[in-house]
Design a protein around this ligand. Structure first.
Ligand code: DGL
Length: 272
């Protein structure tokens, strides 16, 4: 099937993290139709090997490609930092590939900082993807990065903020005297307020969702693939796939962010 501006956009994450990217897409591009895939069975990706991340993310990307997606948004830093080249190579010219890292590291916002902190999953930190990319564009910038292995799983499992807060503080105590912080795991975007409170407004929190979605919108427009009008006759409720039976907290978050007009489906892969 040929892709057109009416074709869906596929969004991929290990779980709920990418939902905040999807939400920003709905705000900035309200006519788009999207299919979300959360690999909830294999979450957390942050603890997986590069090989595992590459194989599984390619399977999910193929699944979304077969749904006739015009674009794929890798809404997961652990996947982008470990598997981006592989996904780009495999789907080159088949669908547009976006990710949550490139638009951010290219952003001119870095010109105004001297020292930035990055907090991410172990898989993202081990890849060294961020420092390599940032240094390529901004040599002047001092980058400190820390790995926060506990955070994504407890966010995914819906822990209460009063239990998450001491854990955040513990991690952020290692990221002091910085000008800005980059939440380099989409799950952490759910903690923006708590992180801002920790720094009492003295450290700038980089607005990843806005930067990433702005780039997606511009590129789709440039390629004449941006959906400008919603067709009346079509049912274009977003579809949320999970790789095991839909987790309670995943469903809850989807309902809070997207309301009742959504579909849930489970797709079980024979993963590596
Ligand atoms: N949301 C993901 C990220 O941005 C991964 C979290 C995980 O599965 O460990 O890295």
């Amino acid at each position: 099937m040929k892709i057109s501006s009416l074709s869906p956009i596929g969004i991929l994450d290990s779980g709920i993290g990418g939902l905040l990217i999807a939400k920003e897409m709905k705000i900035q591009m309200p006519n788009e139709y999207f299919i979300y895939f959360g690999d909830t069975k294999n979450m957390p990706y942050g603890e997986k090997s590069k090989d595992f991340i590459v194989k599984n993310s390619i399977k999910i990307a193929s699944f979304l490609y077969k749904k006739n997606c015009k674009a794929l948004v890798i809404a997961c830093n652990s996947i982008a930092s470990n598997a981006l080249d592989f996904i780009q190579k495999k789907f080159y010219k088949k669908m547009l590939i976006f990710n949550v890292i490139d638009p951010v590291v290219k952003s001119t916002i870095f010109l105004s900082y001297k020292k930035i902190g990055i907090i991410a999953t172990p898989a993202t930190i081990h890849s060294n993807f961020y420092p390599k990319k940032i240094k390529k564009y901004y040599r002047h910038l001092d980058v400190i990065q820390i790995s926060a292995p506990l955070l994504a799983p407890i966010i995914e499992n819906g822990w209460k903020m009063r239990k998450i807060n001491p854990i955040i503080k513990n991690y952020l105590n290692h990221l002091k005297s910085i000008d800005a912080i980059l939440l380099a795991c989409t799950h952490y975007l759910f903690l923006k307020k708590e992180i801002e409170d920790f720094y009492h407004g003295k450290v700038h929190l980089i607005d990843i969702q806005k930067i990433v979605v702005k780039e997606i919108k511009e590129k789709l427009n440039e390629k004449e693939l941006l959906c400008l009008h919603t067709p009346y006759t079509w049912n274009r409720f977003p579809i949320f796939y999970t790789s095991n039976s839909i987790p309670f907290f995943f469903e809850k978050k989807v309902r809070i962010l997207f309301g009742e007009k959504v579909f849930f489906k489970t797709h079980i892969f024979n993963f590596a």
